[in-house]
Design a protein around this ligand. Structure first.
Ligand code: COA
Length: 395
């Protein structure tokens, strides 16, 4: 057995129950469908329901994770949410998750933010906390809704989702994901992507974000190598995928750093190391902080219940910017089912997607409280706002 270490013991996901087919969006926007399919690599995107926000997605993932694990839930002493879709400048998403998931009072709860890097930062913090509190558990949730202006270049790369992770000391060597204690990091202030407090959607300089991402990968990989020394190549490479084409660019750069340059060799390497998880991103779109962990869940599902201790390299990037590269072991812990959730979604038309988006935004105003709305499908529902206070319901 490997030495006991702080690890993700199990994880669970939530994705929106509706989706839009990208060829339909291309037709509505007068774009070439090949640009979305081959250029960006996007096939479908998740469309949040009214009553779905970062809180309901995060709480829904947490409830799914803990539903069959009451003894584990009772040991949780830290609840951290990595998100850039916060619903209040002061009140964290984590305290709603704490209530909706029924966590113990003896617990701290707060959010961590750095764009799409927030989930990874939250997990790093939880791993350190668990190492100091080996008899307790931490709940880490990465949850986000990616929303760009209608008709903007970012629109086909939208999506949403959440991943909840139970973090603890793993004595049995059966954890779902055991990241290496050593990681490489790279921080640099870049104006590539941001979400002004007075807007409800993101602003992005697409080309600048691609350059910022690749520079951060370069820096984090160099830092990792200087700390970890020579290692055999990992079985799989997971990278943050704001859209699948970005994973292709990142892999090409990573492969070059391993001495793999010939186009045929790069393509074969991509099929073996990246394709087994990229299908989630192709069908869901970007879920910001949750994306790398949805990819991890997709890889675990593709490899089956006994992935046999595969070594994974993971690169997380948050615009603004911060990148982190680490390796880790994908273990036999419960493999979450992402594909079944994606298959169960209902398709919407472009008109329905636009109406749902408008309904979501209308709920953000005071006086929007609804009496008995239909469930969001996340496992919790945002009811609206009354007296400037948000209200939620456990479904
Ligand atoms: N058929 C096939 N491919 C096509 C095409 C067509 N008809 N038209 C364009 N393409 C390709 C382009 O060559 C390009 O590929 P490349 O990057 O490999 O060169 C790709 O499709 C995108 O085309 P581009 O003209 O650059 O698209 P765009 O200006 O509309 O913007 C993004 C693309 C990715 C910049 C934009 O979608 C975006 O900003 N997305 C959000 C990114 C993000 O979230 N960043 C923050 C986190 S890292």
């Amino acid at each position: 057995l490997p030495a006991p270490s702080a690890a993700v013991l199990a994880l669970a996901v939530r994705v929106p129950r509706r989706f839009l087919r990208l060829p339909d969006l291309a037709a509505a926007r007068g774009a070439d469908p090949d640009k979305y399919r081959s250029g960006l690599g996007c096939l479908e995107m998740g469309v949040p329901a009214p009553g779905s926000d970062a809180v309901t997605l995060a709480a829904g993932a947490a409830r799914r994770l803990l539903a069959d694990r009451p003894e584990e839930a009772a040991r949780v002493g830290l609840c951290v949410v990595g998100t850039e879709s916060g619903v209040d400048r002061a009140k964290p998403v984590a305290i709603w998750v704490h209530e909706l998931a029924g966590l113990p009072r003896a617990c701290s709860a707060f959010d961590v933010k750095h764009a799409c890097y927030g989930g990874t930062a939250a997990l790093r913090m939880a791993l350190a906390w668990v190492a100091a509190n080996p008899d307790r558990r931490a709940l880490v949730v990465a949850a986000d809704i990616a929303r760009y202006p209608i008709g903007s270049p970012g629109e086909p790369t939208q999506g949403a989702g959440a991943v909840a992770m139970l973090v603890g000391y793993d004595g049995a060597g059966e954890a779902a994901w055991t990241p290496s204690p050593v990681s490489g990091t790279c921080a640099r202030q870049v104006g590539d992507f941001w979400q002004p407090l007075y807007l409800r959607d993101a602003r992005v300089r697409g080309r600048v974000s691609i350059e910022g991402y690749l520079a951060a990968l370069d820096g984090a990989l160099a830092d990792y190598r200087s700390r970890a020394g020579d290692e055999p190549p990992p079985d799989h490479l997971i990278v943050h995928a704001p859209f699948p084409g970005m994973a292709r660019k990142a892999h090409r750069q990573w492969a070059a750093a391993q001495g793999i340059d010939a186009p045929a060799a790069v393509a074969a390497d991509f099929r073996a190391r990246v394709a087994p998880w990229l299908w989630v991103n192709e069908r869901l779109g970007n879920a910001y902080a949750a994306s790398v962990f949805l990819s991890l869940a997709g890889l675990a599902e593709r490899l089956g219940p006994r992935p046999g201790g595969r070594r994974i390299a993971m690169f997380s990037y948050g615009s603004g910017s911060c990148g982190e590269y680490c390796t880790g072991r994908l273990g036999g812990g419960a493999a979450p089912v992402v594909g079944a959730d994606l298959d169960a979604r209902a398709a919407v038309t472009v008109g329905e997607y636009e109406a749902l988006r408008a309904e979501c935004l209308a709920l953000e105003a005071d006086g929007s409280l609804r009496d008995d709305p239909e469930p969001s499908g996340d496992g919790a529902t945002f009811l609206g706002v009354r007296d400037d206070e948000r209200r939620y319901r456990r479904d």
